[in-house]
Design a protein around this ligand. Structure first.
Ligand SMILES: [Zn+2]
Length: 82
């Protein structure tokens, strides 16, 4: 049985000093399709700016000032394809 893989990001807004955490999870199987990626918890003060298929494709922003604190990797431009 495939289990879920959990991890988290520490996020901080340089503009207004808000700090928080984002908890994420996905199926612990690189061949799983879909990956079952999910943003489980976002600390108060932050929002999911872009919800992607994986963590690499997901961006988090500060809810107070709108600053992006974790951007989609590969921006600007195309998200790298495997
Ligand atoms: Zn901020």
């Amino acid at each position: 049985m495939v289990e879920r893989d959990f991890w988290s990001w520490s996020v901080g807004c340089e503009a207004c000093g808000t700090r928080g955490r984002v908890d994420l999870s996905e199926w612990d199987d690189p061949l799983a399709e879909p990956y079952g990626f999910r943003v489980d918890v976002v600390s108060p003060g932050f929002v999911v700016k872009h919800y992607g298929r994986t963590g690499l494709d997901t961006a988090i922003a500060c809810a107070s000032c709108g600053a992006v604190v974790r951007d989609v990797l590969g921006r600007p431009g195309e998200t790298p394809q495997p």
